[in-house]
Design a binder for this molecule. Structure first.
Ligand code: ZN
Length: 521
């Protein structure tokens, strides 16, 4: 029986075709559809064959069928085609939101799932083109991926919506034929409105960031001030009163295997004053989220990584123990670790001290969960990966967001050197302002000026601390600056360059993520 008939008669999802057969069949489909077809995208289910192809730089979903309900879910232009001597219908569809929704229903592997406690890596993608590169790295094994991941702040800065973030991951997964499941992380949610937008878009992993409710001053307050602050906590939301605290925490020893945690009066007051409101806010968002999700499975992460002062071991214990007492369920938690986690560069701090501290955080995560320790701003922290892998085992979530953009710039430096020079020059202009909300310390004086570099040297800016940070935090300005209404100064040309040489972009991403995943495998 010709291949097309074999595929179309399968009621279940068809297995991936062997590479050579996929290439040959992609060529057949490409001729019929006048597209360059991605061989790994080819899949059939319930009498309908699906594939992704491109014409110039525009991608189309192809739906081949002989009628049938499933095909009717997709919107596009339908005509007759002859494939393997059979006359069938081909509907060519735009890769828009409605068709992404229909695809997630028709091919469940293109929709996100919860990941549980599996060791995982978050692959944020600010441009919406990176998922195929991410797939190529994670398919070598070792970590479960999150492909749709963006914070509300970065969605605002890149002018993307939660739907777009989700759809871009869906199309990328489809293009590469990744069927092993992926997560979708609505990152750094601060309000119930943030939660609602991401629930509506189909996210299944929610990172709640109560950082605005962390009282960093509690680290230095005197006892009188701490007592007052604890008295003033929103106790109603915490289903307790300040009088309950001593009973819950004082004169007790919390055994964590290698060590035990005890609270004295002052440690307890400091922990409660610093994190009490954050706990209450997390509980509020969790309940709101659970109500919105109803029967649908979801996962929660709590993150306080973007606060000013490190989370001490007793403070982590206090936060986790309070969340647990309040019935919150979570899969991962991001304390603010000691040392500095600057964007896109290695860990800055004492590795021995980090290991000792991280081991105690991990002991709490095992005892009060188990849950994963989440490493935010996790890209390029090469010196601590072996420590984290050794100490936490599988209970790790590595979260990267902005460095995929840097790898896009690396690819772009080879494709369009003039544009790279323009973007670098613009980063010099923007850095002072754009760095304000990020943890970075780059000195622009140490970054070579664009005209000092030969074409072949441009990408080297991305391998140096100062250039890397400078380009990292200016992404929002680069992606959204318009010269006139609707005319982007860089964005469209950057996307066009990457679309013109997708393989260069994917190769840069794959190499970058290989280095992140290998230490954990
Ligand atoms: Zn973070």
């Amino acid at each position: 029986m010709p291949l097309i008939n074999q595929l179309l008669t399968s009621p279940e999802l068809t297995l991936p075709l062997p590479p050579e057969q996929a290439e040959a069949f992609a060529a057949d489909l490409g001729r019929a559809a006048n597209l360059v077809v991605y061989p790994r995208s080819i899949v059939a289910r319930g009498g309908v064959l699906f594939f992704l192809g491109r014409r110039d730089t525009t991608k189309h979903l192809g739906v081949v069928h002989a009628g049938g309900a499933l095909a009717g879910e997709f919107t596009g232009q339908t005509r007759d085609v002859t494939l393997n001597e059979s006359t069938l219908m081909l509907t060519l569809c735009l890769t828009d939101h409605a068709n992404a929704l229909a695809l997630r229903r028709a091919l469940p592997f293109t929709a996100p799932v919860t990941l549980g406690l599996s060791k995982s890596v978050g692959c944020g993608d600010r441009l919406g083109l990176a998922t195929p590169g991410h797939v190529r790295a994670v398919q070598k094994g070792g970590m479960t991926p999150i492909f749709a991941q963006q914070s509300i702040r970065e969605m605002t800065r890149t002018q993307r919506t939660p739907d777009q973030v989700m759809d871009d991951a869906t199309w990328g997964v489809f293009q590469e034929g990744w069927r092993e499941g992926f997560g979708a992380d609505a990152d750094h949610l601060k309000t119930t409105e943030d939660v609602d937008r991401c629930v509506a878009a189909g996210f299944v992993f929610f990172t709640v960031d109560p950082g605005d409710h962390v009282d960093n001053a509690a680290d230095a307050d005197d006892l009188g001030t701490l007592r007052q602050k604890v008295e003033d906590l929103p106790w109603e939301d915490m289903e307790a009163s300040s009088e309950d605290l001593p009973r819950l925490y004082l004169d007790r020893e919390f055994d964590l295997g290698d060590f035990a945690i005890t609270f004295d009066q002052e440690t307890l007051l400091r922990a409660a004053a610093k994190y009490g409101r954050a706990v209450a806010h997390t509980r509020r968002l969790y309940h709101h989220l659970a109500g919105q999700m109803g029967d649908r499975p979801f996962e929660l992460e709590m993150s306080v990584d973007e606060t000013d002062t490190p989370t001490t071991i007793p403070e982590h214990y206090f936060v986790a123990s309070e969340l647990k007492r309040l019935g919150v369920r979570w899969v991962s938690l991001a304390p603010r670790y000691i040392g500095r986690f600057e964007k896109g560069v290695d860990y800055i701090g004492d590795l021995t001290a980090f290991e000792a501290d991280f081991a105690q955080h991990a002991a709490i995560a095992r005892a009060l969960g188990p849950y994963k320790l989440s490493l935010h701003s996790g890209s390029d922290k090469f010196s601590i990966y072996p420590i984290c892998a050794r100490v936490a085992g599988d209970l790790v979530h590595l979260k990267t967001a902005g460095t995929s953009y840097l790898e896009a710039l690396r690819a772009m430096a080879g494709i369009d050197p003039a544009l790279f020079r323009e973007i670098l020059a613009f980063a010099f202009e923007r850095y002072d302002e754009d760095r304000a909300t990020y943890h970075v310390s780059a000195d622009p004086a140490k970054v070579p000026a664009p005209d000092q570099l030969a074409d072949g040297e441009l990408a080297s800016v991305l391998d140096r601390f100062d250039g890397r940070e400078m380009l990292h935090v200016t992404f929002g300005s680069v992606l959204t600056t318009q010269d006139t209404e609707g005319s982007y100064r860089y964005r469209d040309r950057l996307l066009a360059a990457l679309e013109a040489d997708e393989e260069a972009h994917y190769a840069a991403l794959e190499a970058h993520f290989d280095r992140h995943i290998a230490p954990f495998s």
